[in-house]
Every structure is written in C-alpha cells, then in structure tokens.
Design a binder for this molecule. Structure first.
Ligand SMILES: [Zn+2]
Length: 334
C-alpha cells in the first residue's frame, strides 16, 4: 500500500527514506497549516516503521495488526499526547509523565513513539521540559511533533528535530486528487477543494462528515443575514448564541473562522485577482458584496476577523469579542 497522501511528495519520500534504521532520527517536526494532513503523514510514518509485511521498503501493508492498531491509535507503542479534556494547552506534568513512558523499552516493536500534535500549544514550561527528551533522547524512542510553523516553537526545540513541511495543494490539483484517490464526485471535489483552500485533511473531513458542510452553510447564511441586520438585531443574535449549549468560545471561533475567507473572497473579486475563491457556492453574494464595499473597508473587516480569532484564542471574553466584530460589519443589502 502506498502512503496514499496527496501531494507533498518531497516530504513523503523524505520520511520513507528515514524508515531505514541508519537514517532514522530521534525527533521529527511536521509543520503545516491545520488540516494539511500532518497527523496522517505522522501515522503513515509510524505504520511504515512497524508494518509486519511491508510490500516494499518504506511502504506499509495497511492490513497487519500493527497497521490496523496504528490507524485506530490503539498501538501499544504509540502514545498520542493531547491537552487534558477541556483544556487548551499541553501541560508540564503531561510531558513529564510521557518522558517516563518514553524511557521504557517498547512492548513489541522496535521503537516507542510519542506523537504530540500542535506542539505550538504547549506551555513554555512544557516546552522546556520536552527539551530534555531532545537533548538526551532515550534509545529506541521516537518523538514526532506537529506544529503550524517551525517559528511557533522554541528554536532550541525545532533545531533538534528533522523538520518536514506539509503544504496545501494547488486547488486544481486537490480537486483532481479527490476524484481519483477518494472517489468523490467531480462537483463535490471542486466545492471541497476550494472550501479547504487546498488542505487535504480539511477536504477529507468535510467529505466524510456531511454535517460539517451543513454547519458551514449555516454559518455563511448567518453572516449574510447579519450584513442586512440592524445593530440591535446583531446584538440580539450574539445574545441568542451565547445562551446555546455549545460553549461560546468554540461556537464564536467556528463562526469567525467560517466568515473570514468570505472577506478574502470579496477582496479577490474586487481586485479581479485570478485566485480561487473559497466559497464557490456563494459566488453571486460575494460579487455583490465586492461591488458594495470599497477595498479599504473589505480589508479592515478581514483584519477584524483575524483580530477576533486571535482574541478568542487568548481567553478574552468571547461574547464581547464577537459583538465587537458584528458592530464592525457594514450594513449591506446584498
Ligand atoms: Zn502492515
């Protein structure tokens, strides 16, 4: 079985090479935007290292017990370290606990693997604690970190890892890949390739879970409704949302993340740039908005979305952040 990862051939081949014992390093850092397939790549690497019947060097069968256990993240020598339930950041005591496990011999495979997704979310103390594992790596231990960018980690950490980058694919290439490798209908592939802005992981998640696409459409419909609403109606909307069961921060982050590309699309239309739109299904409304606002306004609203996301990420009062953003949206009749 091939690794079945669309694009990013350089990174895939690099890790295939590294499945050879003499090449394998103690630590890897896979960087790329959320949804670009970092975790899929990490798990493919772990499968290739542990497969019992590899069809060729650096490949994996996908059928043997280790392959299946790794897919289900139930492999006894693989630990996936994520923040505690309900928390956002990886904590120092988790890193310490992981280090004790990492020092033990593997149960049944050659290496004990620890995968830490989104290591940019670790606290400074947790990062410093992890340094120890990188400076004096236990033998038979393999550490795989993922992060949005190398620059988000301490340089002392990044420099001790083999860095592998995952990039979004050109939208047209992803569209083709979704048809050939994931058997999606052409129309759907086009929609998802655009919506995910070339990030394979995102596109596949949307393809597997219909409700995500519905939620996205609801978010877009709500944005368009707010654009034509009064300030008072917008505040009532924020209040309604904050009373719902889903925690406000999560809900507002989802909405603002869904809305942000709309404004990028508006700018693309305004500039007649030959860049792919994210929201193909809303092209007419995007065009109408692009005619109704000037460049500076569209740009400042786009920035307001970025600022709101950063604020939501930093424990600011979620409802206040969201209300501020709603107040900055223009009143349009599109
Ligand atoms: Zn296998």
């Amino acid at each position: 079985m091939a690794w079945n990862i669309l694009g990013n051939e350089g990174s895939v081949n690099f890790l295939k090479e590294h499945t050879r014992a003499e090449k394998l390093r103690h630590a890897y850092l896979i960087t790329g935007p959320l949804g670009s397939g970092r975790r899929t790549l990490a798990l493919a690497f772990v499968k290739a290292l542990n497969c019992e019947h590899p069809p060729a060097e650096g490949e994996f069968c996908g059928q043997c017990l280790p392959c299946r256990q790794i897919d289900g993240q139930a492999f006894p020598d693989l630990f996936v370290l994520t923040p505690p339930e309900g928390a956002r950041d990886l904590r120092i005591d988790q890193v310490r606990e992981m280090q004790q496990t990492l020092a033990l011999s593997p149960y049944r495979s050659k290496y004990r693997v620890v995968l830490i997704p989104d290591f940019q979310r670790a606290t400074a103390a947790a990062s410093n604690a992890l340094l120890k594992s990188l400076e004096e790596p236990p033998s038979k231990a393999l550490l795989i970190l993922t992060a949005d960018a190398r620059e988000s980690l301490l340089e002392t950490i990044a420099s001790r890892c083999e860095v592998v980058r995952m990039r979004p694919l050109p939208v047209g290439e992803l569209e083709k890949g979704l048809v050939t490798d994931f058997a999606l209908a052409p129309e759907k592939s086009r929609l998802l390739a655009h919506l995910s802005a070339g990030r394979v992981g995102y596109a596949v998640r949307y393809a597997r879970d219909e409700s995500l696409l519905e939620r996205h459409q609801e978010a877009m419909d709500q944005l368009l409704e707010q654009l034509s609403s009064s300030r008072r109606a917008r505040l009532q909307y924020a209040e309604r949302l904050s009373k719902q069961k889903t925690p406000s921060r999560e809900q507002f982050t989802w909405l603002v993340s869904a809305w942000l590309p709309f404004w990028r699309d508006v700018l693309i239309c305004r500039e007649n740039a030959s860049l792919p739109l994210v929201n193909l299904a809303y092209e007419a409304r995007i065009q109408a908005t692009a005619r109704a606002v000037d460049h500076a306004t569209a740009l400042s609203i786009l920035k307001a979305h970025e600022e709101a996301l950063a604020a939501l990420d930093k424990y600011a009062n979620p409802r206040l952040v969201f209300e501020n953003l709603l107040m900055r949206l223009p009143k349009l009749d599109v």
